[in-house]
Ligand binder design. Structure first.
Ligand SMILES: NC(=O)c1ccc[n+]([C@@H]2O[C@H](COP(=O)([O-])OP(=O)(O)OC[C@H]3O[C@@H](n4cnc5c(N)ncnc54)[C@H](OP(=O)(O)O)[C@@H]3O)[C@@H](O)[C@H]2O)c1
Length: 325
């Protein structure tokens, strides 16, 4: 696959499929060859909208298409396990929406199958592929803020209750933790490492009978800690700050997709501010990363390593258990 165009297939035709299809169409060296939906008319309508040559009824039909190199799984969380296993069984590389699963056992089965079949698998954690995030990580690794003492990152906004929406449908894996909390926890994991010494949390169950709001605090052996508040019932800012003993890193609003990041010294003076406007809509960076991996024959992304996805899942599983969910 060295110089060849990477042919993509998308399964599911909802909100994220729409954004990611734009990003695939934008990305040089990537071709959006096929889309699959549970309904033919939906698949055709989506194909029309995004100029996709092939439309399939049924996700397995797309997996049988020999020309597809990689499948983007854009279905609700509760479908990811079945969809990912099916794609891998059909020999397809996979970029799968977050959270990949709702438990670590299923996640390790998916990763196990990808390894057994020698296929590429990556969680579509686009935040970690953004230049702003990579800049922040690079500042931290270069010691620009010294030893990290605290991270605070929140992700919440009011979402109107709709029992038919996957955000509120238990059967579809609805969970503010898995949907929103996954971003701050991934941020913590990236900057503070895989194993917190303590996980403290509270999840609040909303009208759908699933967690609609919550808070998680992670504590680390070196005394550092990380705090997040997330949810669908709280209008809050969506900022992230990483505080070290020599300075701090501050992301722009909506930290997980922000193109802006700033470095301050320990006197709160701005040292450097970087701006990386999205080239398309931000999802192009994860598409580029997956294409790069396929071209280089890598089965795992260095930006979104499987062990990080597993570490974050372990923490989220612990939080769900702590709250009886
Ligand atoms: N990376 C991000 O920024 C981001 C943002 C939003 C969501 N997400 C993730 O993307 C995934 C999808 O979220 P979304 O907001 O795009 O969801 P959505 O708008 O509800 O779309 C989900 C799609 O999945 C398909 N599907 C398969 N089985 C389904 C079922 N039983 N019920 C409903 N739909 C089903 C449907 O497509 P067909 O009818 O065509 O088969 C549907 O359009 C989730 O895992 C979510 O966490 C990521």
């Amino acid at each position: 696959m060295t110089d060849e165009i990477i042919n993509w297939g998308v399964i599911g035709t909802g909100r994220i499929a729409d954004s990611v299809s734009q990003a695939i169409n934008y990305t040089d060296g990537a071709k959006l060859l096929a889309v699959a939906s549970r309904n033919m008319s939906t698949a055709m309508e989506f194909a029309d909208k995004h100029d996709i040559p092939r439309a399939y009824q049924g996700y397995e039909e797309l997996c049988k298409d020999k020309d597809i190199d990689i499948v983007y799984i854009a279905t609700p969380t509760s479908c990811h396990y079945e969809n990912a296993m099916m794609c891998l069984e059909h020999g397809k590389n996979v970029l799968c929406e977050k959270s990949v699963t709702a438990d670590s056992r299923q996640l390790s089965q998916i990763i196990g199958l990808a390894k057994e079949k020698d296929l590429f698998f990556m969680e579509a954690m686009w935040m970690k592929c953004l230049p702003s995030f990579r800049q922040a990580l690079s500042w931290a690794k270069l010691g620009k803020i010294g030893n990290i003492r605290m991270i605070k990152a929140d992700f919440s906004n009011i979402v109107q209750f709709d029992p038919k929406d996957r955000l509120f449908d238990k059967q579809l894996g609805a969970s503010a933790l898995l949907d929103l909390g996954v971003y701050p926890i991934t941020l913590f994991e990236a900057f503070l490492g895989n194993t917190p010494s303590a996980v403290r949390s509270s999840l609040f169950v909303g009208r759908a009978g699933t967690d609609s709001d919550g808070q998680v605090t992670l504590e680390y052996e070196n005394g550092a800690f990380a705090v997040t508040v997330f949810g669908y019932d709280i209008e809050n800012n969506n900022n992230a700050v990483i505080v070290g003993d020599k300075g701090r890193i501050v992301f722009g609003d909506w930290f997980f997709c922000s193109g802006e990041v700033a470095l301050y010294d320990d006197m709160a003076q701005l040292v450097e501010k970087k701006s990386f406007p999205h080239l398309c809509n931000g999802y192009e960076y994860e598409i580029m990363e997956a294409c790069r991996c396929l071209h280089e024959g890598r089965k795992e992304s260095w930006l979104v390593p499987l062990s990080d996805t597993e570490a974050v899942m372990d923490i989220m599983e612990k939080v769900l258990e702590q709250n009886g969910l």
